[in-house]
Design a protein around this ligand. Structure first.
Ligand code: PLP
Length: 819
């Protein structure tokens, strides 16, 4: 009854490495894939997985923080780290899967395996909610469902568990059989099946058969015939089957649905009788997921009446952490997902990447993990907190309080959330980053509310995972060795400052670029240590730039001379970037300037040209291809002279977002990624590789009926000839919702339904025509999201996504989400 633990010798017995195993008795408790996520270095085993980056390159990072055990496939690495032990295998991911599969085989408990195109994670989380009272459950953390995520999930199994619930996701043929070997599910669930082309399969039958490989050895299979029509029923897995459908005959056939209160009542035929349940949801996806859970409980033999009562209590799953501004300049990370060590580890990683405050506080409730005694569980948590250098722990609950002596950092304990709230004023939260993480019954949303500034009702939500995804997409488009400069000018295109920079720093971009020195200073003050280029270095800011190690873009003789004159006599090799004008005709040196430029640069030892770059005027448009190629050639020639005459090398860069994929030969030593990080690339006809990052939402302040002939708003321009209903919403041109969206040009989504603007947009609010829509005060209104896109808004008023994004004013609160 303890956390999973194996000796190196046992692991070698599973893997049969090609080499002799040193230190056979040393123990492994953590399987580590990412060197930044070390919790217990002494007992971690690092897998050098080859993915977008080769994991072998991170052995040194892991070694530096104390990891001494590694699984590798390139034997030459073993000689560089004298104190480390290596297991050398042909394929590192396969080794990870072999270890997990061997661990899985130890346990004779039922395991529910879930796959399908959508809904895997929700179904898994809901089944855990529904079965929690009757089983001791181990489940995949969040949406860990990949070739790596499944083995890490299975590794958590221990002898206290009585049920496993794991999900599996694949992107190509051959992968599922491997996951089946790791997970060994006894009960299988296929949630649904989406379009094949979106997931990299040749067709639906191939995709279906491949997904079903997970269930080759299951006893019970739960599915909908709506998604399995490509296979005869006899070819479906499982000695027992249970089917559900909204459309056709099935073991559980939904025959009627009607909305009631905040949810939906569903009637179904089951064993010849009509049964009904209430699900506290209205949207189609949740109802389908709910019906799957209903089917699972019936198939497991639960009485329909019991299932009914359990289903009515389902709660939404929120897997994302959110980051917001709090009181007294605090940053608040809110994590209400689940109170266990694996999700605490994820939250602590996110806390660690926040550099804006050195002080870090964790507010944590009692945790509970099946099969583990408090002393052991909290000792592990104490080690995690000290590993992540947390400054203060506020523990809430009798269990965590009873093991107070385990924690060697500043601590405060309370018996209950109410006690904490009573003591709140004495806790003096100020200029710190605070993680709030509690089990549901502790009601930590009250704590978040106290810590968070009152939020203006118009909010821009930024999906940090989507930014990371887009960044990775462009990283995969780079030739080997090409560096990446991330453009975070103008408040990261309206998305944020240190919040975005922290993420980019964590994902190891090479450079950041801001427009003005003060943007760079703000990043430095928030703990950003990456090199930062400043595009418009004003002489008044030179002093501060030196102080904060900001590197100027020098684009003219005036600014070059001013900077040289400013630098102290003894200054050597201050890093600078030269801007070359090859046709944009905005800023930069031109070809005829070269002789004087070289003379100046060679005469001073104060500067070092770190990079030279130029900017393309029409990289997104095929129309300008010839011109763009000309720009690239002129730049190349300019840089060649510069290199020859300076006598040293520097980084050359010219590609902005669109050019990265359209002109891959012009990537030189670095590219500058801007709008692509935020999910737009006007040079691409198909942007399905990119994810939408921002969502802007507001709320309804008032709903009014308008009689025929009455007018709406300033200038009386809004007219509803037949009369109707309007809603006033809390966004206006001062928030960045431009006046040109007025009078029916712009559209928002009110309770999911499109509603056009009516009348003129005012400073702080505007009106929507909501005739025929069911709408009430405080209802949510979407200004843009992944459905109603910024690209669409831009087209409505004849501008570009850059302008829509950067216009959103600072008074609109940003909330950052991370999973
Ligand atoms: C803003 C900017 C970029 C980024 O352009 P995107 O089209 O957003 O990728 C690149 N280089 C310079 C000089 C810029 O000013």
């Amino acid at each position: 009854m303890t956390e999973t633990s194996y000796t190196m010798q046992q692991l070698a017995g599973i893997l049969n490495p090609v080499n002799f195993v040193p230190k056979p008795q040393s123990r492994v408790n953590q399987l580590l894939i990412d060197s930044r996520k070390v919790m217990d270095p002494e007992h971690a085993l690092f897998f050098a997985v080859k993915a977008q980056r080769d994991g072998h390159e991170f052995i040194a990072d892991a070694y530096a923080v104390g990891v001494r055990k590694f699984v590798i496939s390139d034997p030459e690495w073993q000689n560089r780290f004298p104190e480390a032990s290596f297991l050398i295998v042909p394929d590192v991911i396969t080794a990870l899967q072999q270890i997990a599969a061997a661990h899985r085989s130890v346990f004779k408990i039922p395991v529910i395996g879930i796959t399908g195109s959508n809904g895997k994670t929700i179904v898994k989380e809901w089944l855990a909610q529904l079965l929690n009272a009757d089983y001791k459950i181990v489940r995949s953390p969040k949406s860990f469902n990949s070739q790596i995520g499944v083995p890490l999930s299975v590794w958590q199994m221990n002898s206290g568990h009585t049920l496993g619930i794991f999900e599996a996701g694949i992107s190509k043929t051959g992968e599922m059989a491997k996951l089946a070997g790791v997970m060994q599910p006894t009960i299988g669930i296929l949630t649904n099946l989406g379009e094949a082309h979106a997931e990299g399969f040749s067709g639906k039958p191939e995709k279906l058969s491949e997904k079903l490989r997970l269930f080759d050895h299951t006893d019970l299979f739960i599915y909908s015939p709506d998604y399995t029509s490509d296979l005869p029923k006899k070819n479906l897995p499982g000695s027992t089957k249970f089917s559900w459908s909204f459309n056709q005959s099935a073991d559980l056939q939904i025959i009627d649905m009607r909305q009631e209160r905040a949810g939906t009542i569903l009637d179904a035929l089951y064993q010849g009788k009509t049964v009904s349940v209430y699900l506290p949801f209205k949207d189609r996806a949740s109802l389908e997921n709910g019906v799957i859970c209903w089917s699972v409980l019936l198939a497991l033999g639960y009485e329909p009446a019991i299932v009914k009562s359990k289903l009515s209590e389902l709660v939404p799953v929120n897997m994302r952490l959110s980051l917001k501004n709090g009181i007294n300049q605090c940053s608040i990370i809110d994590d209400s997902y689940s109170a266990d060590t694996s999700s605490l580890a994820i939250a602590l990683d996110f806390l660690k990447l926040q550099k804006q405050h050195t002080k870090k506080t964790v507010i944590l409730s009692d945790l509970h993990e099946t099969g583990r005694a408090d002393a052991e569980l909290y000792a592990e948590i104490a080690a995690m907190l000290s590993q992540k250098k947390i400054s203060r722990l506020i523990g809430i609950g009798p269990h965590i309080k009873s093991v107070a002596e385990l924690f060697d950092l500043e601590t405060v304990f309370f018996d209950s959330t109410a006690d904490f709230i009573a003591a709140f004023p004495q806790l003096h939260f100020s200029q710190e980053t605070i993680l709030v993480k509690g089990a549901r019954k502790f009601g930590f949303e009250q704590i978040s509310k106290l810590l968070t500034q009152k939020v203006h009702d118009t909010i821009m939500e930024i999906d940090l995972n989507a930014i990371a995804h887009n960044l990775r997409y462009y990283q995969t488009q780079l030739s080997p060795g090409v560096k990446l400069m991330a453009m975070v000018k103008a408040f990261s295109y309206g998305s944020g400052s240190f919040e975005i920079a922290n993420l980019l720093q964590y994902h190891q971009v090479d450079y950041l670029t801001v427009a003005y020195a003060d943007e760079g200073i703000a990043l430095r003050k928030a703990g950003i240590t990456l090199s930062i280029m400043v595009m418009s270095p004003e002489p008044s800011a030179f002093e501060a730039m030196l102080q904060y190690k900001l590197e100027p873009e020098l684009y003219s003789f005036e600014i070059l001379n001013a900077f040289i004159a400013f630098l102290p006599q003894e200054q050597k090799h201050y890093p600078v970037h030269l801007k070359v004008d090859t046709g944009m005709h905005r800023l930069g040196f031109e070809e005829p300037d070269l002789p004087v430029l070289l003379e100046l640069l060679n005469a001073t030892g104060k500067l070092r040209v770190i990079s030279a770059f130029s900017h393309l005027a029409g990289s997104e448009d095929e129309l300008h291809e010839e011109f763009t190629l000309g720009q690239i050639e002129r730049f190349k020639a300019f840089a060649a002279v510069l290199r020859k005459e300076l006598g040293y090398d520097f980084i050359r860069h010219i590609c902005n977002t669109s050019a990265i994929t359209r002109y891959p030969d012009a990537q030189f030593e670095m590219v500058r990624l801007g709008i692509g990080m935020y999910g737009f690339d006007s040079g691409k006809s198909d942007t399905s590789d990119l994810q939408i990052v921002a969502k802007l939402k507001t709320t309804v302040t008032q709903v009014k009926r308008i009689a025929p002939g009455e007018t709406v708003g300033y200038g009386r321009r809004g007219i509803l000839p037949q009369g109707g209903q309007i809603a006033t919403v809390k966004i206006g041109y001062a928030d960045g919702y431009r006046r040109s969206f007025g009078n029916g040009i712009g559209m928002m989504l009110v309770n999911g339904k499109p509603a056009r603007t009516i009348g003129t947009i005012a400073m702080d609010m505007c009106m929507l025509d909501v005739t025929g829509i069911d709408v009430h005060t405080d209802d949510e209104v979407i200004v843009f999201n992944d459905e109603l896109t910024i690209a669409h808004l831009a087209a409505q008023i004849g501008t570009i996504p850059y302008e829509i994004l950067t216009n959103i004013s600072q008074r609109v609160k940003r909330i950052y989400f991370y999973e």
